[in-house]
Design a protein around this ligand. Sequence first.
Ligand SMILES: Cc1cc2nc3c(=O)[nH]c(=O)nc-3n(C[C@H](O)[C@H](O)[C@H](O)COP(=O)(O)OP(=O)(O)OC[C@H]3O[C@@H](n4cnc5c(N)ncnc54)[C@H](O)[C@@H]3O)c2cc1C
Ligand code: SF4
Ligand code: SF4
Ligand code: SF4
Length: 435
Amino acid sequence: MIRLADRKDCCGCGACAAVCPHDAIAMVPDGMGFRYPRVDMDRCVDCHLCEDTCSFADSAAEASGCKTALRCAPGPSRTSGSPHPLTWPRVATGFAPTASSAASASDTPVSGESANSRYARPDRASVIAEAIRFPELMDRSQSGGLAFALMRKAVRSGMVVYGAAIDDDFVVRHRRVETEEGLEPLRLSKYVQSECGQSIPRMVLADLKAGRRVLFTGTPCQCVGVGSLCRKYREGLLLADILCHGVPAPFVWRDYLAEQERRHGKKLTRVLFRDPSLGWHEHKEVLFFGDERVVGGEYTDLFYRHLMLRPSCTVCPYASVARVSDLTMADCWGVEKALPGFADDNRGCSLLLCNTPAGEAFSADFPGETVERRAVALEKVMQANFLAPSTPKDGADLFENTYIRRGYSVAERRCRRNAIRIRVRRWARKAGIKL
Ligand SMILES: Cc1cc2nc3c(=O)[nH]c(=O)nc-3n(C[C@H](O)[C@H](O)[C@H](O)COP(=O)(O)OP(=O)(O)OC[C@H]3O[C@@H](n4cnc5c(N)ncnc54)[C@H](O)[C@@H]3O)c2cc1C
Ligand code: SF4
Ligand code: SF4
Ligand code: SF4
């Protein structure tokens, strides 16, 4: 059965709970709201299915060597057609590769049984990078509208789509969608861990077993969890992950919103983690109290200071160019320099990585959409989380301990003061001043 030696060993994907035939595992939140498996010993028959389905700890163990190889690798692009340095075992998918991708695909299996091969990885890894934007979708998308275009194409072709939405209680949860109208809440990034529990992976499996084709969008670890559970039905499953900086704590998000309601003396009606109307480069949460619109920044600041990330995010094995999904979606930061004149208007631009022939085939065209796309060398739009996980910060323990004992406001204030103290000390050291 699943035994976690450290909180870092679990990303909370819920695959172990979903696979358990005796419903012996519940995904239970810790003090920050991050969910972890808890085994009911009275129900468990020690069949090891849960361990066999969990890919996270194994992936973490083998990640360092893998990432070292990739750090030295040049970023391949559609134009260069250069193969990815890693090759993975071939697994058939129901999404036909195009002629060009079939020609460049490698059939060479990885030698030996790697721990990660328990998860049915995509059939090869020749990364194609593109800067892509959908001008008509960008006003209600985080970067270039890529996620919505992919999801809409999927629904229009009869697939079931899974993605993260903000529910009425402002909790972010994954949901299942079959209609175009249903896709609207899945738009925009929600910078908090989205709840999947065991039910979402099980629903994906049920859809695949029923012969439906599925597009699952989420963090790489959620994609791995679902892929691992559904490995026997991989041909019907298309995985699209986001480049992931790490996920903040759900309870901190909840308490931040409650604090804002208290400060403003009003009920929240809507929230945006980043508001496209502020411009693509602006990262601030925006809160709506009826007609009143408040631009915040406190929550985003805690996120980027890495004070409330899930512990597994600081050792994330998927922070790599060797993607675990068929497609990867990211902000195409640096596009202004990489492709001058292509997306200089601060409205947004997505980065699309086609990691498998299935991903390439699916994203080859977007019928009915206005699309602007250009091949881009990955190294020109490289981001830190393609190379390494987000670094843990000194203040994170202080924040968590204070948050759990004293609540959100005290933790936020204490960490803000701490950050100012650290900055002043650094400045004084540089200036040669003894404090
Ligand atoms: C926690 C988090 C961290 C991110 N870190 C980076 C980063 O470091 N660099 C970078 O370039 N991009 C990052 N992104 C991705 C980026 O914000 C955009 O989502 C991406 O560029 C796609 O933009 P879009 O305009 O195509 O679609 P959008 O409309 O923004 O994307 C919506 C899609 O993202 C999925 N999604 C939204 N929130 C979540 C969530 N909490 N958990 C799982 N899936 C979610 C939805 O299911 C949907 O498919 C991150 C996203 C999240 C949620
Ligand atoms: S060992 Fe088997 S029965 Fe026990 S929790 Fe894991 S999957 Fe369930
Ligand atoms: S399968 Fe997912 S939720 Fe279960 S222990 Fe592994 S990482 Fe955690
Ligand atoms: S960084 Fe993202 S993919 Fe990695 S463990 Fe955290 S949530 Fe999962």
